[in-house]
Design a protein around this ligand. Structure first.
Ligand code: ARG
Length: 247
């Protein structure tokens, strides 16, 4: 290769080039994480990430295909090319970042706790849960799972495939607390949790969320970061944010 030919070869191997040739952006996500991706009453997948994905496809001039995937296998699915990008409220962790690349953070969240109301006045912080007498639920493979194992390791930790299953254990009194990202917990609490749960809403972790793509693709990463900067400053991002986060 001359160096120019090598550049063209790199570009033609970029996922961004392939998306344009295909005319379709394939977005991997795991529906269930309110308000980022969830099912509407009619079963459609909607949410903050979905609206971002629509804007992204539009900016690329291609169609959008949503690929709903188990959270547990979402990184392997990206790595085996089941879709082009993960837009699923994924926390940028150093461990995940060894396998995938992340665009710049599009929002920052943290872990919070929903506690069964029988513990009102007794459990005031996640630290109070660090005792073998408590059962804490988490969603398998999430940062809630990792945070519980790290900071509440003395409690009995139960992993579930979905957020819904994990939180319902606490609602029904079969577990004491559910550790998860603040946006989900705050929506769940206002919709169904009042009078049944206590919401410890002060985040105890720092979690920037980012879109994940396969490694070795500087062209795609460059496009994503410039797209994100643009929508964050031209009012587009704020409009979508208000739609899903302000009630
Ligand atoms: N931010 C958390 C994590 O990265 C939870 C994200 C879960 N996303 C989802 N679509 N279910 O582990």
């Amino acid at each position: 290769f001359t160096s120019r030919a090598a550049d063209i070869n790199l570009w033609h191997n970029s996922t961004l080039y392939k998306i344009q040739k295909r005319g379709v952006l394939r977005v991997g996500l795991n529906a269930g994480y309110m308000p980022f991706e969830m099912r509407s009453k009619t079963g459609k997948i909607i949410g903050f990430d979905v609206d971002m994905a629509k804007l992204m496809a539009k900016a690329m001039g291609v169609k959008l295909k949503i690929v709903n995937t188990d959270w547990d296998g979402i990184i392997p699915a990206l790595m085996t090319n089941k879709f082009d990008i993960i837009m699923s409220g994924m926390t940028i962790t150093q461990k995940r970042n060894l396998k995938v690349n992340f665009a710049d953070p599009y929002i920052v969240v943290g872990q919070t706790v929903l506690v069964n109301k029988k513990w009102a006045g007794k459990i005031k912080s996640y630290k109070d849960l660090n005792d073998p007498k408590f059962t804490v639920t988490v969603m398998l493979g999430t940062t809630g799972d990792f945070a519980a194992k790290k900071y509440i390791s003395k409690a009995k930790i139960q992993e579930f495939q979905t957020e819904e299953e994990a939180v319902m254990q606490v609602m029904q009194g079969r577990a004491d607390a559910f550790v998860y990202d603040k946006p989900y917990e705050s929506i769940f609490y206002s919709n169904k949790g009042k009078g049944k749960l206590i919401f410890l809403d002060k985040p105890f972790t720092y979690e920037p969320l980012g879109w994940a793509i396969n490694k070795g693709d500087p062209d795609f990463l460059n496009w994503l970061n410039n797209f994100l900067r643009q929508i964050k400053h031209d009012g587009t991002y704020d409009k979508v944010y208000k739609k899903w986060f302000v009630n």
